[in-house]
Write a new protein. Structure first.
Length: 95
C-alpha cells in the first residue's frame, strides 16, 4: 500500500488511508449485516460527485448501482483491490 500511495502522490492522484480496528469485508461482519442493511435502506442515495470504483465489484459504479443491498453486501464481500486498480488504470485513464 505504501508503494501504491507513493506512486499516486507522484502522479498527482489523491489517496486517503482509512484506519480500521477490525476485519471489514469478512465473515466478521455477518452479525451486523441485517442492522446495517436496515440503516442503508433508510438513506437516499445521490449521484456521486466523482468516479466511484467499487472495490468489491471492480467496476465503475453508475448511480443505479447504489442501493442498500449493494452496501450490505459490500460490507462482507472480498475486496478486489488489484482488479479495481486495473479498472482505474484502463478505464479512467488518470495515470
Amino acid at each position: 500500500m505504501a508503494l501504491f500511495s507513493e506512486f499516486c502522490a507522484n502522479s498527482n492522484v489523491k489517496t486517503q488511508s482509512i484506519p480500521a480496528s477490525h476485519a471489514f469485508h469478512s465473515r466478521d461482519m455477518t452479525p451486523v449485516m441485517e442492522k446495517f442493511g436496515q440503516i442503508a435502506a433508510s438513506i437516499t442515495y445521490q449521484e456521486p460527485n466523482c468516479t466511484y470504483i467499487s472495490g468489491t465489484l471492480a467496476k465503475i459504479m453508475d448511480t443505479d448501482d447504489f442501493s442498500s443491498e449493494y452496501w450490505q453486501q459490500h460490507l462482507r464481500d472480498t475486496v478486489r483491490f488489484a482488479d479495481a486498480i486495473q479498472v482505474m488504470w484502463t478505464d479512467c485513464k488518470i495515470m
